[in-house]
Design a protein around this ligand. Structure first.
Ligand SMILES: Cc1cc2nc3c(=O)[nH]c(=O)nc-3n(C[C@H](O)[C@H](O)[C@H](O)COP(=O)(O)OP(=O)(O)OC[C@H]3O[C@@H](n4cnc5c(N)ncnc54)[C@H](O)[C@@H]3O)c2cc1C
Length: 302
């Protein structure tokens, strides 16, 4: 819709499954929509997934990287492409929002926030000078021969299988006595010859060696021992991102609407933790629908 002001009806922040779902829904409902992402490319976290096996309607299971290309086509087929922008601040004026980034700012009549999650802080003691990877992507370019993966949830198990598929020997370090993830993923990890699982084991130190490996110190039941690996990858939890705003926002996890009219949130950022791509996409469609209702009703916060 064009009200002559040149201000887009909707700006969607984040081009993962949730943001793509929201942006396309807005476009289909006839809104003037812009989508931005700090990477400039669609996909979001799903790019890290080994294989998407539970997204309804896919004719076959596809790696997350391929699914990201589908999302890119999905946007392009609807005349959309994410601008490479990392939103830093959001402010609220009379009857529009302003999103600001290091290089500029943009106004919007409504906002859909679909910024996903970030890894929780993790910095083991006695590991100075050692890179603890928090994303699998840099390791996929040249899979290291030996990798320690830390964590017992779905992401850690997915990472372990992904690296093992590519020939890495994986040691999976799990703090508890069982995985947090269950089902097929756990069965596959436990039956994979290239993956050793160490339960009730924590990493308590890491030192780079002269030959380019990392000597990691592991503690299990009060006993310490050392192994050499080529990389350490931690998947120990994620928490939702919420952008900085100059106004107060109240929201309930899982709800796309917030206490601020015209300000919507969807996907993992709304759910409060790592979710599923299909749930995120569905929530994005819902957020887009609500944004359209808001615009059409001419609702105002004045
Ligand atoms: C290893 C792994 C395996 C997985 N496997 C599956 C699976 O098999 N099936 C499944 O359904 N799900 C899976 N998931 C979960 C799935 O990837 C997420 O639930 C989904 O990507 C969430 O979508 P989202 O759009 O809410 O957030 P995200 O995908 O996290 O997208 C958020 C986007 O926002 C952008 N962004 C963040 N901050 C800003 C900012 N300030 N300004 C601009 N842009 C910003 C990011 O760059 C990103 O592109 C897996 C996840 C992982 C890590």
């Amino acid at each position: 819709m064009d009200d002559g002001s040149g201000i887009p009806d909707v700006v969607v922040v984040g081009a993962g499954p949730a943001g793509c779902g929201a942006a396309v829904q807005c476009a289909r409902l006839g809104l003037n929509v812009k989508i931005v992402d700090r990477t400039g490319t669609p996909g979001g976290l799903v790019r890290e997934a080994r294989l998407l096996e539970n997204y309804p309607g896919l004719p076959k299971n596809v790696p997350g990287a391929i699914f990201s290309e589908f999302l890119s086509d999905f946007l392009e087929n609807n005349g959309l492409r994410p601008a490479r922008i990392e939103v830093e601040r959001i402010s609220r004026e009379e009857d529009y929002f302003t999103v600001t980034w290091s290089g500029g700012s943009m106004k919007a009549r409504t906002l859909v926030i679909a910024v996903g999650t970030r890894p929780v802080g993790y910095s083991p003691e006695n590991a100075e000078g050692v890179t603890i990877h928090r994303s699998i992507l840099p390791l996929l370019e040249k899979p290291p021969p030996g990798v320690a993966v830390i964590g017992g949830g779905e992401s850690a198990l997915d990472y372990a299988l992904n690296l093992s598929d590519r020939g890495s020997k994986v040691v999976l370090l799990v703090r508890g006595s069982s995985f947090r993830a269950g089902g097929l993923l756990a069965e596959r990890v436990l039956s994979r010859p290239g993956i050793s699982v160490l339960f009730e084991t924590t990493l308590s130190g890491a030192t780079p060696t002269r030959n380019g490996t990392v000597k990691i110190r592991l503690d299990s039941g009060g006993v310490a021992f050392y192994i050499d690996v080529h990389a350490v990858l931690a998947a120990v939890g994620r928490r939702p991102i919420f952008p900085e705003t100059d106004f107060r926002v109240f929201r309930r996890p899982g709800n796309v609407e917030t206490s601020v009219p015209g300000f919507f949130i969807c996907g993992d950022a709304s759910l409060g933790s790592l979710g599923q791509a299909s749930i995120a996409a569905g929530q994005g469609v819902l957020a887009g629908t609500e944004a359209s209702r808001f615009i059409r009703r001419g609702k105002s916060w004045k």
